[in-house]
Design a binder for this molecule. Structure first.
Ligand SMILES: [Zn+2]
Length: 555
């Protein structure tokens, strides 16, 4: 702070405003009231023009002005926030995420550093619930833990010998169960291999506790959670997103019958949560007609998102549908979720009903089939500005397919963080350019495809996505296909403005241009200015939705 005589400083400020005239002194000396004013930092508008400022004024939930710190003279704010050099930008829009309520027995297992840590969490939960109670969990990954192996039956038995335990891997395609859980489920050495799944055995020939794809053999015994505990944890999970700087989400899928709970939660808590669009899963013609709602309906807080249909599975399974066999396999190429003709029929019907699509397609064969099916219905029944999209887009399809997507206006909702977290899976199941160019971003953008970025909770949190999109690094530090990297400026747009485009809200949010909703995140540093390796260390200091500070890092 420069020490200046008060009168002098006022004169300087007025001069800066062009107000040092006798003609209209009143307009200059009576600052307009605003609700919130951020100053003394970097404000990234993220508009086409690349506008930046050092201050931001907010009124009635919207951006009023972005400019220099002299906005402080023009406006009298109810609350002023000194950014102290930090960066304010549009809040993150995670365009593919899964948020749900969890039972009390559930343990979140993402981001663990060791199997020992997992065991501690299980033991603590057993203490909390008491003996005999089921313990569930989700999100472990052998790639994240120091031991670089999966948790096995014996690990769970040691942690909670008196509780049945089943813990699902990140991605949801396999789980590990404890001895007590297996025995309650009647699964033992004599159980035949189930349809569509595998009960694994260790090198000693005994069950190691891991079940692939058919964990329902055990999880069917887990008692249902009460509606109250589910709702409480659902709201808590939505609130937690604010700590990550997320101000908008596209939830990737509920059955038509599940939308009511979102409406009820948003009616009660909507003002305190990130804005949401909810994708609806295809449930057959009758159910979709009975649902009676359509993509885009709703308001700024909650709306119906695009339709979700699974084209194939994923690599945590693995079941992504690829053109060439998986690495080291003679014939295995994953599979479609349903026969091609059935898939094409759904596409035709849903398009005719008016749905916007955001389909799950991971393998190149699934992507090419989906694009072909979209092209077919768009030719039969053209719809300008349809904004149909493919989610994931992991194995690069042919250049011709990307060109077709660009021509037809089919968007990609990509998760660059998969390159980071799923690195181990890709190396196990894929090879050559399929590993190198996994989750392509640059090549698709260069061919004219509209690119939206998101997390799909692997892990949740845009910082990992920003890091991987710009460095193409896996968790091990290895760089995959550096040519697929994009600039930080592009990545930020992918995580903000482009997400708003998916839900047709690009005119009301996604940038900090005057008139836009004041959905803002304050970061400890400007992601464009730090060394790429320091991105993961950037912290979210404040999250603002509709001009209201909904989260602040405790000082
Ligand atoms: Zn997903």
């Amino acid at each position: 702070m420069k020490a200046k005589p008060a009168a002098d400083s006022t004169l300087l400020r007025l001069a800066a405003l062009g107000c040092v005239t006798v003609a209209a002194p009143a307009a200059c000396t009576n600052p307009e009231p605003v609700d919130l004013l951020l100053h003394s930092g970097t404000v990234l508008v993220l508009d086409e023009a690349g506008t930046t400022g050092t201050a931001l004024a907010v009124r009635d939930g919207k951006v009023l002005a972005v400019g220099a710190d002299d906005l402080r003279d023009r406006y009298a704010a109810e609350r002023e926030v000194d950014l102290r050099g930090r960066t304010a930008m549009p809040g993150f829009n995670d365009a593919h995420i899964h948020i749900r309520g969890r039972a009390r027995r559930h343990i979140p297992l993402g981001g663990l550093s060791s199997i020992e840590e997992l065991q501690d969490l299980v033991a603590a939960k057993a203490d909390e619930l008491g003996p005999g109670e089921w313990i569930t969990g989700y999100g472990w990954s052998e790639d994240e833990v120091r031991e670089q192996r999966r948790p096995l039956r014996a690990d769970l038995d040691a942690a909670a010998p008196e509780n049945p335990v089943i813990l699902t891997r990140a991605g949801g395609h396999s789980a590990v169960a404890s001895s007590l859980a297996l025995s309650l489920a009647g699964v033992d050495e004599n159980t035949p291999q189930p349809d569509g799944g595998v009960i694994e055995r260790g090198p000693d020939g005994e069950l190691n506790g891991v079940i692939r794809e058919r964990q329902d053999l055990v999880s069917r015994l887990v008692p249902a959670a009460t509606p109250e505990e589910l709702r409480e944890s659902f709201v808590a999970a939505l609130r937690d997103l604010l700590r990550l700087g997320i101000t908008s989400i596209v939830h990737a899928g509920v059955a038509p019958s599940g939308f009511g709970e979102w409406e009820s939660v948003y009616a009660e808590f909507g003002e305190e949560l990130p804005r949401a669009a909810v994708q609806i899963r295809w449930a057959g013609t009758e159910a979709m007609e009975a649902f009676g709602r359509m993509s885009g309906e709703g308001d700024e807080r909650l709306r119906v998102g695009p339709l979700k249909v699974f084209v194939d599975g994923g690599f945590t399974g693995p079941a992504a549908y690829t053109k060439e066999p998986y690495r080291g396999e003679e014939t295995y190429r994953g599979s479609l979720v349903r026969p091609e003709q059935e898939f094409r029929a759904i596409v035709r019907e849903a398009h005719a009903m008016g749905w916007q699509f955001a389909f799950h397609a991971i393998g190149d064969a699934a992507i090419e089939l989906a694009v072909d099916a979209f092209a077919e219905v768009l030719a039969e029944e053209p719809r300008p500005d349809h904004r149909h999209a493919l989610n994931h887009f992991t194995v690069p399809p042919s250049d011709e397919t990307m060109d077709r997507m660009a021509d037809l206006g089919i968007l990609i909702i990509q998760q660059p963080n998969f390159t980071y977290t799923l690195e181990g899976r890709y190396r196990e199941y894929l090879d050559g350019y399929r590993v190198e160019r996994n989750n392509p971003v640059r090549s698709a953008m260069d061919r004219g495809v509209f690119m939206v970025l998101s997390s799909d909770i692997l892990p949740i949190g845009p910082m990992v996505g920003l890091y991987a999109a710009t460095t193409r690094r896996g968790m091990s530090g290895e760089v995959y296909g550096p040519d697929e990297a994009i600039s930080m400026g592009e990545a930020l747009v992918g995580y903000t403005r482009n997400g708003a485009f998916v839900t047709r809200e690009e005119d009301i949010k996604g940038t900090l241009a005057p008139g836009m909703l004041a959905d803002v995140v304050v970061l400890s540093a400007d992601p464009r200015a730090v060394d790429p390796e320091a991105i993961l260390g950037i912290e979210v200091d404040m999250t603002i939705v509709g001009g209201r500070v909904l989260w602040e890092k405790p000082s």
